[in-house]
Structure formats: structure tokens, C-alpha cells
Design a protein around this ligand. Structure first.
Ligand code: ADP
Length: 502
């Protein structure tokens, strides 16, 4: 992400602090150094003013006590001696000029070579002046007798000491400045490092969230703005995580719904294909008899057989259409069941009575083992389920066999349904269902053996309808066991109205 040279916060802040401190030192040193300069200048001026005064006194004394001559001859005569005297008096080499600006005398071993003409112009007007040349300083002041200008006195001073002092102080400040710069940077670096490490931790936390790894705690615990930021990042992580989870959940539900719809569509197509095929068989038979009757209308044997077959096929057609309609209505429309609290014993007894004629005709014994209780179901649907199960138990039984209808209360057997359930069982002593066919008996149009089933008038829709109806009641139906000695189907129903999911 970074472009060009990246200077971190730590470097920037430390540098800023160091530069700030160094700037303070620089400003301070400039103040102090200029103060020293001022002070040195002031002292020099005072010293020279005093020296000039003393020189004037000395010269005036010589002028007044000596012969009374004019300024020029006085200087010619006395200047050299006075210069030596004044040199001893002031402790500095002294040169004297006459009023024309010519050297009249000097305490130096050789004549000074500095051109002092500019300064002499000042002294001629009664003012004093400086000339600086490296460490050397020349101070020139006018010399008077009582009221007459005699010439100029020039002191040769050295600024070496003062300049050395000034330079020492300046160097001191320079080193102090460098030390402050380095020290400031170090202190800043150490101080900012803590903050920067916190910022780095926050940055890492943000990157973690970006990768979808949500935080289990705030990345930093502090009682300041950084701490608040850390809390903010933690909260943000929580809300992003829950929204993402919600989105995933919604997506999952959507995928499930799509899968259900796809499956439903497939089942419907298969159902339509199957039912068309199933309807064709009896219709073909009816049409065949109709054709035969047209050709041999006066054959009484054919007439009898045709009446019998057409009646049987029509009944089969009727049963097919009725069951198909019920099945499709339940799958396609959200079939409203009118559930209510149903007392189970009277209902089971009635179902048994309705099947008894058929059982007796087939020589099958029907036994009941009933217990009082109630279930939450649509009574018509419940009757339909039990009749279908009993019908199969009789239909697929063996001569002299028996069918047992029983019920019992079971405390919530499955973990999903803790509520108590009513179990209704239909057990027979029939030929059983082969193991490989067992998982498919609830499929629409499935018959264990097509031909044999047709012979007994089966459509392969009975158990499919039973399962759909049972599920609409909030119940379930399953084949508990089946073998050469018979089969046992169990219907499980809620005892009370199940709580609706909102
Ligand atoms: P059908 O109308 O053919 O009876 P079902 O859906 O009721 O259709 O049953 C599907 C198949 O399951 C039947 O064809 C039959 O072979 C088998 N079946 C159902 N109940 C029993 C039972 N009690 N004993 C043996 N086989 C059974």
C-alpha cells in the first residue's frame, strides 16, 4: 500500500520533538550570544572612554606644566614621550596623531601601518571611533588641552580574549544543541514507541477483521482515546460478525428453499408422468372390452365378463383419481387441516369396524388393544390414515392370518419432540416386505411387485398418501419392522396442539 519512502509515526514524532528542543536551544543561544556581544561592547566602550579621559588628563597636565607652545610644536616635541607614558599608564600600546592626522609618536616598536584616516576624520570633529581588524581593535579619541584640539590618541587593544570567550560559549551552545537534538530524538522515540505499538496492534486487529477472523476481546485495554478506539473496533467486529452470520444463515435458508422447490418440481413432474401411465392401463382395458362388445354384442359370456372387468377397472380408475387428487392437493397447495382434539379410542374402533367386513371375507382375524387418550389431528385425515394401514394389513396378509391394532402413549421419544406422543400401531402376520423394498414403500406409485399389487387392486399411492397426511398432522409414520412373519407400521401423533413457529 505504501508509496515511496515511508516514514513511520515514531520517526516523525521523535524528529519533531528533537527539532523543537534544538530550535529552543538555538533561540536561547542566539539570545545569550548577542547579550554577550552587547555586554562586551559596552564594557569596551566604558574602558576606552576612561582610558581616553586619563590620556587627556595626562596630556593636559604635560601641556599646562611644560612650556607654553602651540599645539603642533607641543606634539612634535612631546608626543613620542607621552605615547610611551600613556602606553605604560593604560597597559596598551598607544599611538598619538597631530591635528593633521600624521603620526606624532607611538609606544610601539615600529610604526603602525593601519590606515586610520576615516577614524581620524571623526576625531577631528570631537568624536571617538573604532577600527577592528581580526582580533585587533584600534580605539581613537580626540586629545585636548584646556579647550584646543591637540590631536588624536589611538589605543591598540586586542579582542583575542573576548573573542575566545565568545567562541567558547558559542561552541558550548552548539554541543548542547546537538546533545539536545540526539537526546530529544531518543526520548521521543521511546515515548512514541509505546503509542505506536498500540496503533500497530489496532491495525493488526483491523486486518484480522478484514480476513473474517472476528475478535473475541478488545485488542487493547487503555483508559484513553486509543482504548476507546480499541473498544470501537471490537464492537464493530461483533456487529460485522453477527451480520455476516445472519447473511450466511439467510443464504443457507434460501438454498434449502430452492432445494425443496426443485425437489417438489421433480416430484410433480414424476407424479404427472406416473399417473398418466397408471391411468392408461385400466382405460386400455375398458376400451378393449368396448371394442369387443361392438363386434360381439350378442355373446352373453363376453357380456358378463365385460361388465365385471369394466366395473373393476372403473373402480380402480376412480380410486387412482381420488388418491392422486388428494396427493396433489397436499403437495401443491398448502392443504389446511382442520385439526382438533380427537378422542383416539372411538376413532380406532370405528376404523376397525369399517375394515372388519373385508377382513372377515379374507379370513383374517382383527384384534384391538386400545388405551384411552386423545390426539391433536384432523379426524377425517386420521381415519384415512388408519384405514389405509389396516387395508394394507388385510390385503397383504395370508389366509388365517391376523391384524392387531393398538395404541399407547409415549413420552417424547426423539430429542426434537420432548412433548408426549400417541403411537398407533398396525401389525399383521402377512408375507412382509423384502428388505430392499422397505425404504421405498412410502414413494408414490411404488408397489413391491406391480402385477401382484394390481391383482389386489393396489395403486401404490396408499402409503404415500398416509405419509403426507401424517406429516400434515404434525406426526410421522414409519415401517417399524417387516419380515416373513409380517409387518408392523407405527403412526406417531402429537397429543396436544404443537406450538407454532412464528
Ligand atoms: P398399494 O395401493 O399398492 O397398496 P401402498 O402405497 O399402500 O400401495 O403400498 C405400497 C406397497 O407396499 C404395496 O404394493 C405392497 O407391496 C407393500 N405393502 C404395503 N403394506 C404392506 C403390508 N402390510 N404387508 C406387506 N406389504 C405391504
Amino acid at each position: 500500500m505504501s508509496r515511496g519512502v515511508r516514514i513511520g509515526l515514531q520517526g516523525k514524532q521523535s524528529l519533531l520533538l528533537a527539532l523543537l528542543l534544538a530550535a529552543i536551544v538555538a533561540a536561547l543561544s542566539m539570545q545569550v550570544l548577542s547579550g554577550i556581544r552587547e555586554d562586551q561592547k559596552e564594557r569596551l566602550e566604558q574602558t576606552f572612554a576612561r582610558q581616553a579621559e586619563a590620556a587627556n588628563l595626562r596630556v593636559r597636565d604635560a601641556f599646562l606644566t611644560g612650556e607654553r607652545v602651540e599645539a603642533k610644536p607641543f606634539m612634535e616635541k612631546n608626543a613620542q614621550r607621552l605615547a610611551v607614558d600613556l602606553g605604560e599608564l593604560s597597559g596598551m600600546p598607544v599611538t598619538l596623531y597631530d591635528t593633521d592626522g600624521a603620526i606624532a609618536g607611538t609606544s610601539l616598536p615600529i610604526q603602525p601601518r593601519t590606515d586610520a584616516s576615516d577614524a581620524l576624520a571623526y576625531t577631528a570633529q570631537g568624536m571617538s571611533a573604532y577600527i577592528t581588524e581580526g582580533d585587533a581593535l584600534l580605539y581613537l579619541a580626540p586629545l585636548y588641552n584646556a579647550d584646543q584640539l591637540l590631536g588624536t590618541v589611538q589605543f591598540h587593544a586586542s579582542l583575542a580574549d573576548q573573542n575566545a570567550f565568545y567562541e567558547r560559549i558559542r561552541d558550548l551552545f552548539l554541543y548542547a544543541g546537538l546533545a539536545v537534538l540526539a537526546g530529544g530524538f531518543l526520548v521521543g522515540y521511546l515515548f512514541v514507541r509505546r503509542q505506536v505499538s498500540v496503533i500497530r496492534r489496532l491495525n493488526r486487529a483491523a486486518q484480522q477483521i478484514g480476513r473474517g477472523e472476528y475478535l473475541s476481546a478488545a485488542p487493547v485495554k487503555r483508559r484513553d482515546e486509543l482504548g476507546e478506539l480499541a473498544e470501537g473496533i471490537f464492537d464493530m467486529s461483533g456487529s460485522i460478525s453477527s451480520s455476516v452470520a445472519q447473511l450466511h444463515d439467510e443464504k443457507r435458508k434460501l438454498m434449502e428453499a430452492i432445494a425443496r422447490l426443485t425437489e417438489l418440481e421433480r416430484q410433480q413432474k414424476q407424479f404427472i408422468g406416473n399417473i398418466s401411465h397408471e391411468l392408461k392401463t385400466p382405460l386400455t382395458s375398458i376400451r378393449a372390452y368396448a371394442d369387443l362388445l361392438e363386434m360381439y354384442a350378442d355373446d352373453p359370456a363376453l357380456l358378463g365378463r365385460a361388465r365385471e372387468r369394466i366395473g373393476a377397472e372403473a373402480a380402480r380408475l376412480y380410486e387412482l383419481v381420488e388418491k392422486a387428487l388428494q396427493l396433489s392437493a397436499m403437495d401443491v397447495y398448502d392443504f389446511e387441516t382442520k385439526a382438533e382434539q380427537v378422542s383416539i379410542v372411538p376413532l380406532l374402533k370405528e376404523a376397525a369396524e369399517r375394515i372388519r367386513v373385508k377382513a372377515d371375507a379374507a379370513g383374517i382375524r382383527l384384534t384391538l388393544d386400545l388405551q384411552e387418550g386423545s390426539v391433536w389431528a384432523d379426524p377425517d385425515n386420521l381415519m384415512h390414515i388408519v384405514l389405509n394401514l389396516l387395508d394394507n394389513a388385510v390385503k397383504y396378509n395370508v389366509p388365517g392370518g391376523s391384524v392387531a391394532l393398538s395404541n399407547r402413549l409415549a413420552a417424547g421419544e426423539t430429542s426434537a419432540t420432548r412433548a408426549p406422543r400417541m403411537i398407533v400401531e398396525v401389525a399383521d402376520t402377512g408375507r412382509g416386505i423384502p428388505p430392499e423394498a422397505q425404504p421405498r414403500v412410502f414413494d408414490p406409485f411404488y408397489t413391491v411387485s406391480g402385477d401382484r399389487s394390481r391383482a389386489t387392486g393396489g395403486t401404490g399411492l396408499g402409503l404415500s398418501l398416509v405419509r403426507s397426511l401424517a406429516e400434515k398432522q404434525g406426526g410421522a409414520v414409519r415401517l417399524v419392522e417387516s419380515g416373513p412373519n409380517g409387518s408392523r407400521f407405527a403412526l406417531e401423533l402429537p397429543v396436544r396442539e404443537p406450538k407454532r413457529e412464528s
